[in-house]
Ligand binder design. Structure first.
Ligand code: SF4
Ligand code: SF4
Length: 388
């Protein structure tokens, strides 16, 4: 494993971080035994940065349990709190205590404000909650303070200029070089000397699971054989300004593959041909994808029951790969509980919550027209009859 020293905090962090948003699942539940095996395996392979959040269901509790038996001392924990959950010092204090309890620890290494924007950052300051952070830092219970961000570059710069931050967490990958804060934001943060942690390196799996046939052929015919995930990770670690890349690894194979790449990849090591390939992948992805949904689920729940990420995932499959199987599987998954796109009544509540600024209502209309045609419903009924 390669490590990078973060100038601002003095920590030596593994360039590969472990994203704890989605743990391995079995029968619809988190598979604790497998998760424990994988997290401890990642630590034994050198990963020492773990990213979780108050809002990720069960994430902090499970991580806390897994980091017993001496594993806690071997890692740095980053967790987050949403400003929308806080209206007073008492609120943040309660949440913070709960986070310590869930994580079974006395301190948080990196405490981040979750997905902030100008408005809620100002609200946080007006409530004088920076004094809470400072007090906890003096007590040694918060080691470093930062924020995660999905907004635009101008607001990002304003927030960065407003405070002496230790760490930032931003979305970045080869298709997002000019999206959200993009490369400009990365360079600006680097100029301030803050630690730079990257989330969504594979765009919620899109850069693996939703590659067009053209992209797959480009990868297969390249002289060096690498997986789509490896190309995406190598592109990030090629940039010396990137400190840690948080990857949501959910299989043992992911951990083996990613830790192996993180052990040997060095900044500025991709040659012209390799960079050209990634550029082609980027263009092909942009030309072929229908909706840039990462599947994060921040838009849920929809009070009318629409499964928004599922609709977009099937829409992408249908656009990328064609055929009737995707609409039929989509209907199989959504008909019983009426979570299909056409259940949307356009209340608009979800759009405000989407960090990717997706026009959810418009895209759900596209999903409806593409996936819910009458003949798919007939095929779905026949399929159900045959399969019970
Ligand atoms: S706009 Fe549609 S999908 Fe979004 S919350 Fe409202 S009903 Fe649900
Ligand atoms: S629509 Fe937006 S908020 Fe909802 S899952 Fe997709 S990216 Fe996340």
């Amino acid at each position: 494993m390669r490590y990078k020293k973060i100038d601002k905090t003095g920590d030596e962090l593994s360039i590969l971080g472990y994203g704890c948003m989605r743990y391995p699942r079995k029968n619809g539940m988190v598979d604790f035994k497998e998760t424990k095996k994988q997290i401890r395996m990642a630590i034994d392979n050198g990963v020492n940065y773990f990213d979780t959040a108050y809002m990720y269901p069960q994430s902090e509790e499970i991580l806390g349990k897994i980091l017993l038996d001496g594993y806690r001392e071997r890692v740095k924990i980053a967790t987050k709190v949403q400003i929308s959950k806080i209206n007073s010092r008492e609120d943040i204090n309660k949440i913070f205590q709960k986070q310590l309890t869930r994580l079974q620890t006395d301190y948080i290494d990196y405490y981040l404000l979750h997905d902030i924007d100008i408005e809620n950052w100002e609200k946080f300051r007006e409530m004088n909650l920076l004094s809470f952070i400072k007090d906890e830092q003096n007590k040694g219970r918060i080691k470093n303070f930062g924020f995660s961000f999905h907004g635009n570059i101008n607001n990002f710069k304003k927030i960065l200029d407003d405070y002496d931050w230790d760490m930032i967490l931003i979305q970045y990958n080869y298709i997002d070089e000019n999206y959200q804060v993009g490369k400009e934001g990365l360079e600006y943060a680097a100029s301030k000397g803050v630690g730079i942690v990257i989330m969504e390196p594979l765009r919620g799996g899109l850069l693996i699971n939703k590659l067009s046939n053209e992209s797959k052929k480009l990868i297969e015919s390249f002289s060096i054989k690498r997986s789509p995930a490896e190309w995406a990770l190598r592109w990030l670690w090629n940039d010396e300004k990137v400190d840690v890349v948080v990857s949501g690894m959910s299989t043992q194979e992911d951990i083996v593959e990613n830790t192996a790449i993180a052990s040997e990849m060095k900044p500025n090591s991709l040659n012209e041909n390799e960079l050209e390939l990634i550029n082609k992948l980027k263009n092909s992805f942009k030309d072929n994808i229908a909706v840039d949904c990462t599947g994060c689920g921040y838009c849920l729940p929809c009070q009318y029951g629409v499964d928004i990420p599922l609709s977009f995932s099937f829409l992408n499959d249908k656009v990328l790969f064609g055929g009737v199987r995707f609409p039929v599987f989509y209907l199989l998954k959504t008909m019983e509980n009426k979570s299909y796109a056409s259940a949307c009544v356009k209340c608009g509540a979800c759009e405000k919550k989407c960090p990717q600024n997706i026009l959810i209502m418009k895209e759900l209309d596209n999903a409806k027209y593409s996936l819910e045609k009458w003949y798919y419903k007939v095929i779905y009924k026949i399929f159900k009859l045959i399969n019970g």
